[in-house]
Design a protein around this ligand. Structure first.
Ligand SMILES: Cc1cc2nc3c(=O)[nH]c(=O)nc-3n(C[C@H](O)[C@H](O)[C@H](O)COP(=O)(O)O)c2cc1C
Length: 139
């Protein structure tokens, strides 16, 4: 059984809702899943998982959240080589530029990016279904 971490930061709950669906999709596909807040994940933690999903909304100017998520991601990205990784998050007024840059960055870490999912503000049914598929793709 593959072991999967769903690691996320969410200020107003939208990305957290997405994390729940990613985890649900992975569990339904047979994986053992842990949902973890970004502040509780660290440099050495990625080694304990077969695959990882990371969730963070567009913040700053099309950036990752800078106080908790960005430092955590910077610390773990050296351990993602060869691992299956999924990325997801919510946004508002932009067009998803933060996710495009984040995907490129993660591919540059030699991770196997299985897919991404974005939602405009609160995820609708289609966005939640996409999150479940993302979780299943990691399992
Ligand atoms: C400080 C701040 C910066 C933001 N920057 C962006 C941005 O650059 N582009 C964008 O599309 N949305 C931006 N947003 C909107 C959030 O991405 C959006 O509200 C999202 O749904 C928040 O997700 P959450 O509920 O998981 O925290 C920003 C929101 C805040 C509070």
């Amino acid at each position: 059984m593959s072991k999967i971490a769903v690691v996320y930061w969410s200020g107003t709950g939208n990305t957290e809702t997405m994390a729940g669906s990613v985890a649900e999709g992975a569990r339904e596909a047979g994986a053992e899943v842990e949902e973890i807040q970004a502040a509780d994940f660290g440099e050495d933690a990625a080694a304990g998982y077969d695959a990882l999903a990371f969730g963070c909304p567009a913040m700053g100017d099309e950036s990752l959240e800078e106080d908790e998520f960005e430092p955590m991601f910077e610390a773990v990205e050296g351990s993602l080589s060869g691992k299956k990784v999924a990325l997801f998050g919510s946004y508002d007024w932009g067009t998803g530029d933060w996710m495009d840059a984040w995907r490129e960055r993660t591919e540059g870490d030699d991770a196997e990016v299985v897919g991404t999912a974005i939602a405009n503000l609160e995820p609708d049914d289609d966005a939640l279904a996409a999150c479940k598929e993302l979780g299943a793709a990691l399992a």
